[in-house]
Write a protein that binds this ligand. Structure first.
Ligand code: ADP
Ligand code: MG
Length: 229
């Protein structure tokens, strides 16, 4: 089933609420990071353990970044730097970030990206978009299944596909995607796709779901390619 998903109106309606939630998350994150920073400097811990603390701090920094992005998303004039972004570079970095998450269920992430894929976007938001979509694909997949991510130039566009062979969705379920707090996962927030659709709309992109219950899902994303002069 194909479903066009651009619903900026209802996104606006909840933007202030979700911004409040993001703001509330920031404080506990700051506290936890403070403790980790303290232990990282503590001489009684061995270097391998200190290194683990450093990794945890890095992850919390990412959480902070995402929260900041989320907060600026809900502000009309948030300062966003749009730059020429190499899709291949970001996809490789994102797949690296999600590697251990995928390993938990013995899933693999395959990346197949053409060299010449550049778009004009805020890099952090682009990462956030890909992380959310690839995580969803992994979470829908059974143990041992792979998720494929491809990107290629098509005329003036860069097309990105995220393909899973997971649970799939009915037409009715696809229609609900992006609805704030819609989640069928026990530990889901139901905010991921709302954020994704907001980011795609912000950069005049398109996002399209093709899904078949029991067979899998393909997410098609399209952005205008950023050419060299
Ligand atoms: P969350 O991941 O926290 O549940 P999302 O907004 O990311 O929230 O996704 C909302 C819901 O959409 C998920 O709970 C899931 O039911 C469905 N969904 C999203 N992506 C996929 C996918 N690739 N395959 C199957 N279902 C999906
Ligand atoms: Mg999600």
């Amino acid at each position: 089933y194909y479903e066009q998903l651009q619903q900026s109106e209802r996104l606006k309606m909840v933007a202030h609420l979700t911004a409040a939630v993001a703001h509330e998350i920031r404080n506990p994150v700051t506290v936890v990071r403070g403790f980790l920073q303290f232990y990282k400097e503590d001489a009684s811990f061995s270097d391998p353990i200190k290194n683990k603390f450093k990794l945890m701090i890095d992850e919390l920094n990412t959480v902070e970044q995402i929260i900041s992005q989320f907060l600026t998303l809900s502000k009309p004039n948030g300062d966003q730097t749009t730059e020429k972004v190499d899709v291949k570079e970001v996809l490789e970095s994102v797949s690296g970030l999600l590697h251990s998450y995928a390993m938990l269920s013995d899933n693999e992430i395959h990346i197949d990206v053409e060299e010449d894929c550049f778009i004009s976007i805020n890099k952090i938001e682009f990462k956030q978009l890909l992380i959310n979509l690839i995580k969803n694909a992994l979470e829908a997949s059974d143990v041992g299944k792979s998720v494929s991510v491809t990107a290629k130039r098509n005329n003036n566009f860069v097309e990105i596909k995220i393909i899973d062979e997971g649970s799939g969705m009915s037409e009715a379920e696809v229609k609900l995607l992006g609805t704030p707090f819609y989640s069928i996962k026990s530990n889901g927030t139901g905010l991921g796709l709302m954020i994704c659709f907001n980011i795609v709309a912000k950069y005049d992109g398109e996002i399209l779901y093709k899904s078949s219950k029991g067979k899998g899902t393909t997410v098609n994303i399209r952005f205008l390619a950023k050419n060299d002069q």
